[in-house]
Design a protein around this ligand. Structure first.
Ligand code: ADP
Length: 816
């Protein structure tokens, strides 16, 4: 559709004729193009107030086009202006325009190189201008209508009132004197007033007494100062419930059409917000308070300069401040007795040392509870029937049990004769629990320390040497007894491994066995031969035990020991003495056997002589056969061997030496004894019999010593048979298994036995009933059998004979 020429006006100033012609050609159908002769012509058009151009095109002939554009915009800043320029100047113009604050946006430099699009740009500018003009016209017509509004005031006021009534905020106006002029429904509701009772009344009357001055000053400020004021909060008290509400009131100055001045107040119920604020504030205050309490608590508990007693006392004081209670008590409960260990109170009933029945105290309830027990006002509750209340009238109480090593120690409590205004908070409970835990831990620690002091004192005083090593056997502790025994100072050995004590007496296998026992958690007991600092050797009776942690893992080893060097030496000496004595005993037996032995030796000697003489005789007669001579010599050799055997036996028996323990078949020993004694037995006309059980277990023994014992017993029996008629004299040696792993040997005779009065003295050294007796035979024999782990005793005794028995453990018994 073709536009009408008066759809817009384009003014051209300083535009070259060819451009003007072209624009006419392209735009005449849609615009009215007016060429201004000069800038003044253009300005006068504005000044005359005639219809202004819809777009102005400044041509290339215009100097300082930006300044010109500024001037045009002083007349009408909504007119689009296009400035025609060479392309090079165009960019510069754009920059200048960017920094020209007094120009409207619609000033566009247009390069001559884009002359083809100029018409279309002009059309757009004109259309923009026309749209804007339409918009401005609408606004101004609305303004005109608004200006006529006061004429319609009753309706408008009603409308506004309705609007305000539905507003969620209270709106209230007052005059210069502070009397209410208007108030909406929300304001009435907030102030709990009706319109009738409120209108014309001073606003401050609607507020409680304590807020009236506050309101007056707020109004004064609103009236004095023309700016909007900051909101302030007012406290209102409900007349019926007494509950508190908070109103936030924002004042603003107001000028009425009449010129009279007043104020408008915006009212908002902020009770919830204020309550939340107050709550947050309270919580913050509480938190800050608890933080301070905890800090003080920490300061007390970590102060190493204070004794436990001082710390506890300070803790009680802190509790008094914390719970705002004047009385504090730390009690210890023994059975049913409540004993005050420490307290803060002037009252004689709560002094340190006072004891009472637990049921007479509030703490009777506390000890049975894991959580603190507390009440704020005993008189107002069931607590008023408690015996303690009747006695002391303590109204408020908070207490908790104190446990030490999971057992009851006592209680920690705070009390006041005055009821407490606010209830105890959960933080109070937590702090009290914390205090009780700390007290429990500290008391436990002190107990442990006292115990440790006792133990370490005992270790230091102990006569036994004590050494504690870590798992790697590095020494951590030695006691003075260790220092004394080894000659090493504590400082020399701490941190060392224990090898330096080794004497070299034990082989590596010995130590391996020892370590195996303790590394497996067992206790080693044995004698260790160690070396002192001075190089001397000592025997120590040692016990080495592992120390384990709560999980059963070995952390240390503790070894205790005492020097038994003297004992070992004494035993050695004793052993030597015994061997000596046994030797003497053997010699004495041999002495007694001389005639028998001489007779026994005589036999082979006689036989040798006879055989030798016979051989000589045969040789002298020259009538001999070599066979006869050989036979004779063979007999000589045999008899010499018999004699040699007797000597060997004698030599063995008389040998002086160490005890030699070995596996022994007692049958052999019995045969040896029988061989020894046989000649004497024949001489004395004693019938000697041996009875040896088959499969007699082997024993571990020194055969010579056992032989000696048997010989002693057999010889005693021979002596006992001297009074018995020849031909009736009998001795039996019997050997058999005894109990499970033992062997028993008995020597039985049919003599007259021992008279009852001497039976108890038989084994005494040097006790004898014989004229030439030494009285050592039975004593030595008993000592030998004892040393072998067996027993020798008089089994039966009567006037028809005596039976002496001894036992020896078999090899199997040794092994078990
Ligand atoms: P001794 O033989 O030198 O007297 P012993 O110690 O061997 O010393 O014996 C002590 C005493 O025990 C003997 O003097 C004797 O009175 C008594 N006695 C030992 N064996 C017998 C026995 N088989 N029958 C009777 N009395 C005995």
């Amino acid at each position: 559709m073709e536009s009408q020429p008066d759809n817009g006006i384009l003014h051209l100033v300083g535009v070259a004729p060819d451009v003007t012609a072209r624009l006419h050609e392209e735009l005449d159908v849609v615009l009215r193009i007016e060429t201004m002769e000069s800038l003044d012509t253009l300005y006068s058009r504005f000044q005359e107030g005639r219809r202004p151009a819809d777009t102005v095109l400044l041509g290339m002939e215009i100097e300082e086009p930006v300044r010109i554009a500024q001037r045009i915009h002083t007349y009408d800043k909504y007119i689009p202006i296009l400035i025609l320029s060479l392309p090079a100047r165009c960019a510069q113009l754009k920059r200048t325009l960017m920094f020209s604050p007094f120009l409207g946006n619609d000033v566009i430099p247009w390069a001559t190189s884009e002359i083809d699009e100029l018409s279309s740009a002009i059309r757009h500018s004109v259309s923009r201008r026309q749209q804007r003009t339409r918009y401005l016209n609408t606004i101004s017509s609305a303004q005109i209508r608004l200006e006529t509004l006061p004429l319609l005031q009753p309706e408008a006021t009603h409308y506004l009132d309705q609007l305000l009534d539905h507003a969620p905020i209270g709106v209230l106006t007052v005059d210069l004197n502070g009397s209410i002029l208007t108030l909406n429904r929300q304001a009435m509701s907030l102030l709990r007033v009706s319109e009738r009772s409120a209108l014309g009344r001073p606003l401050e009357e609607q507020f409680p007494d304590h807020e009236r001055l506050h309101m007056r000053s707020l109004l004064q400020q609103a009236l004095d100062e023309m700016n909007r004021q900051r909101p302030e909060i007012f406290e209102l008290i409900e007349s019926i419930s007494g509950s508190i509400r908070f109103l936030e009131i924002t004042p603003a100055p107001l000028a009425y059409r009449t010129g009279q001045r007043g104020a408008m107040l915006i009212l908002q119920d902020v009770t919830d917000r204020v309550a939340a604020d107050q709550q947050r504030q309270r919580a913050e205050d509480e938190l800050r308070f608890y933080a301070t309490v905890l800090r003080t608590f920490h300061e007390i508990s970590s102060n190493h300069e204070l004794s436990l007693g001082d710390k506890l006392h300070r803790l009680l004081k802190l509790g008094c401040e914390q719970f705002r209670m004047p009385i504090a008590i730390l009690s210890r409960i023994d059975d049913h007795l409540f004993c005050i260990q420490d307290s803060i109170s002037d009252h004689p009933a709560f002094m340190v040392g006072v004891t009472k029945d637990i049921d007479q105290t509030y703490c009777s309830a506390t000890v049975d509870s894991n959580d603190p027990v507390a009440f704020e006002h005993a008189g107002d509750s069931d607590w008023c029937r408690h015996p303690s209340y009747r006695e002391h009238k303590l109204e408020a109480y908070i207490g908790v049990r104190v446990s030490v090593a999971s057992g009851l120690y006592g209680t920690l409590c705070f009390a006041s004769p005055v009821p407490r205004q606010s209830p105890f908070s959960s933080a109070d409970f937590e702090i009290l629990k914390l205090m009780s835990q700390w007290v429990g831990n500290e008391l436990q620690r002190e107990r442990t320390e006292a115990h440790m002091r006792k133990l370490s004192g005992a270790l230091e005083q102990a006569a036994d040497s004590v050494m504690i090593t870590d798992r790697e056997r590095r020494i951590e502790y030695v006691n003075p007894a260790f220092e004394q025994l080894t000659g090493y100072d504590r400082d020399e050995v701490i941190g060392q491994k224990t090898y330096f004590l080794r004497s070299g007496v034990h082989d590596e296998e010995f130590y391996q066995t020892l370590l195996q026992v303790i590394d497996n958690g067992g206790v080693y007991r044995g004698v260790l031969v160690n070396r002192k600092k001075d190089g001397s050797i000592f025997h120590e009776q040692k016990t080495i035990a592992p120390l384990k942690d709560d999980w059963g893992a070995i952390t240390h080893f503790i070894s205790t020991g005492h020097d038994i060097t003297d004992l070992v030496r004494a035993e050695e000496q004793d052993r030597l003495h015994k061997a000596e004595l046994a030797h003497v005993g053997r010699l004495s037996v041999l002495g007694e056997m001389t005639s028998g032995l001489a007779h026994e030796l005589n036999q082979p000697l006689c036989a040798i002589t006879t055989y030798a003489q016979t051989c000589l005789r045969i040789i002298q007669n020259n009538e001999y056969s070599p066979d006869e001579i050989r036979y004779g010599l063979e007999q000589v050799v045999r008899q010499a061997e018999l004699g040699g055997a007797i000597f060997r036996r004698l030599r063995n028996f008389a040998r002086k030496g160490e005890i030699r323990q070995q596996r022994v078949n007692l049958q052999d020993v019995i045969h040896e004894v029988a061989g020894f004694i046989r000649a004497e037995a024949v001489q004395s006309q004693v019938q000697l019999k041996t009875e040896i059980a088959r499969q007699l277990p082997m024993v571990i023994a020194d055969p010579i010593q056992i032989e000696q014992v048997m010989l002693n017993l057999v010889r005693n029996s021979m002596d006992a048979l001297s009074n018995i008629e020849a031909g009736q004299r009998r001795i039996a040696i019997k050997a058999g298994r005894y109990k499970r792993n033992w062997v028993r040997v008995c020597i039985i005779d049919n003599g007259r036995g021992c008279s009852l009065e001497i039976v108890d003295r038989l084994f005494e050294p040097f006790f004898t009933t014989k004229q030439n007796g030494l009285g050592i035979g039975l004593g030595i024999s008993q000592g030998i059998i004892d040393a072998h782990g067996g027993r020798l005793w008089l089994e039966s005794n009567s006037d028809s004979g005596a039976m002496f028995c001894f036992t020896l453990p078999s090899t199997r018994e040794h092994a078990s």
